[in-house]
Design a binder for this molecule. Structure first.
Ligand code: DX5
Ligand code: ZN
Length: 225
């Protein structure tokens, strides 16, 4: 049976003065996860939010949080995100040399470990991590800002990654993040992605439930073919 497609609105495109309202709107829209982007001004130039904000929002919804750490030395603060209630945590393969230790820590806290990869990094860097991470977060833009255009070579990367996962016989999932919306959801799902992170395509139109529903329709197997 084909695994269901999960939709994870990214709060980065929400109104930061009303994050609790944005979270409630995502829940009402039937989002499967809420994507929480952490940027440290070092790994990426931008700065966003941290574990205190995650903890505050955790109390505002039952929807699980999908935490994307775009930070250097993520092991230094990982526990704080787990304490704050992260259900899934991804660190960048470019930022963390101790990916196995990271995965052990996340699993020991009953959360799901993932590894994120930038558009310019070879998929070969993931070879070992596919065995012990639950998912790969394929960046389909260069990380750092919302609202960027999808990089078209990403679809081929997702397809090659799906092949590598199949060949290895492991159960690692594929998430995509950056410029994802109704126009490219079907091709990404057909390439093997099952977790779609979407910021501006969910928050940019004003009607969050309608945007989530449109994305879900576009991502349904068979759509666009
Ligand atoms: C980018 C972030 C993304 C971002 C996606 O660095 O990791 O999660 O919010 O936003 P859109 O969907 O607008 O590209
Ligand atoms: Zn992200």
């Amino acid at each position: 049976m084909t695994e269901a497609v999960r939709i994870a609105p990214s709060l980065l495109s929400a109104d930061f003065g009303r994050l609790a309202d944005a979270v409630a709107a995502c829940e009402a829209a039937g989002a499967d996860f809420i994507h929480f982007d952490v940027m440290d001004g070092r790994f990426v130039p931008n700065l966003t939010v941290g574990p205190i904000v995650l903890h505050a929002l955790r109390g505002a919804t039952r929807v699980p949080f999908d935490v994307h750490l775009m930070i250097e030395e993520p092991l230094q603060t990982l526990d704080q995100y787990l304490d704050a209630g992260a259900a899934r945590v991804a660190v960048h393969v470019e930022a963390e040399p101790h990916l196995h230790r990271f995965a052990q820590i996340v699993r020991s806290r009953s959360a799901s470990p993932g590894v994120a990869i930038n558009p310019g990094t070879s998929l070969a860097a993931l070879e070992e991590a596919l065995d012990f991470c639950d998912f790969v977060l394929v960046m389909t833009v260069n990380p750092g800002w919302g609202g960027q255009s999808f990089l078209p070579h990403s679809t081929g990367r997702v397809r090659r990654l799906a092949d590598a996962i199949l060949k290895k016989g492991v159960s690692c999932g594929i998430a995509v993040d950056g410029g994802v919306g109704p126009a490219n959801a079907a091709e990404l799902v057909s390439a093997g992605a099952r977790h779609l992170v979407a910021g501006s395509s969910v928050f940019g139109k004003g009607d969050i439930p309608a945007a989530v529903a449109e994305l879900r329709r576009a991502a349904a197997p068979g759509a666009g073919s």
